[in-house]
Design a protein. Structure first.
Length: 237
């Protein structure tokens, strides 16, 4: 029987007891775990600790924190900016982006965006569950959807790789050479409008890139782009 991993925001120290986060008692109940059963608790600041369930009720639980199993460690990864998608596609993408090591997931609003908003709270919960499953120590930050022009106006010097379909952009393998910790921007179904592409090309931090000869769905392009970046210049390399 596998030991559940649970992300806890509170500091973790051997010999202490801490309260479960909302929803975790219910999750453990579904798994038929009870007092004395083993769990693992983690966060980016404290690493991962062995623990046991000290108390559990329908909606509350407490954990007895044991020895540290893994120290805290930096988990650098790409930032993903993606045009807001419909609910099922966005949920799936957040899960996969977490597994691929994204450190921040930023939905953006473009002229052809198919969704007007993204539920950041629900998406953050999906990211947390994915981090628990894939043995990350950190959980990516998921933010509210923001218009593309506002994101670009506030951007720092971080290279922003932009997936530009149907353009003369170089292959991602070429575009990514020499980049350190780049971010990735993927547009909506139907692509960016001409004015948006013109604005992107004017930005000095934008790195146009092509993701192959086929037209990809937005969520496919985001996952493919993240995987390729991780393989070329990320922690897969």
């Amino acid at each position: 029987m596998s030991i559940p991993r649970l992300h806890i925001d509170e500091p973790l120290a051997e010999g202490t007891e801490i309260e479960a986060a909302p929803g975790q008692a219910h999750h453990l109940g579904v798994l038929r775990r009870g007092p004395g059963d083993a769990v693992r608790l983690f966060n980016a600041a404290c690493g991962e600790h062995a623990a046991t369930i000290a108390q559990i009720r329908k909606d509350r639980a407490r954990f007895a924190v044991g020895a540290r199993l893994r120290p805290s460690a930096l988990e650098p990864g790409p930032v993903l900016l993606v045009a807001a998608l419909k609910r099922d596609a966005m949920d799936w993408l957040v899960e996969k982006a977490t597994e691929l090591g994204a450190v921040r997931i930023q939905p953006v609003l473009t002229r052809r965006t198919v969704a007007e908003r993204a539920n950041a709270q629900r998406l953050a919960a999906i990211a947390r569950g994915a981090a628990e499953q894939c043995e990350r120590l950190s959980v990516p930050v998921v933010t509210e959807a923001v218009p593309l022009h506002r994101i670009l106006d506030a951007w720092d010097a971080t290279p922003l790789v932009v997936a530009m379909e149907r353009s003369a952009a170089p292959p991602l393998r070429v575009a990514a050479q020499g980049l350190r910790h780049p971010a990735l921007l993927v547009g909506p179904e139907g692509g960016f409008e001409g004015a948006e592409l013109d604005d992107l090309r004017r930005r000095p931090f934008v790195v146009p890139a092509a993701l192959g000869p086929r037209i990809l769905r937005a969520e496919t392009a985001a996952v493919a782009g993240l995987a390729a970046l991780q393989a070329l210049v990320g922690d897969w390399a």
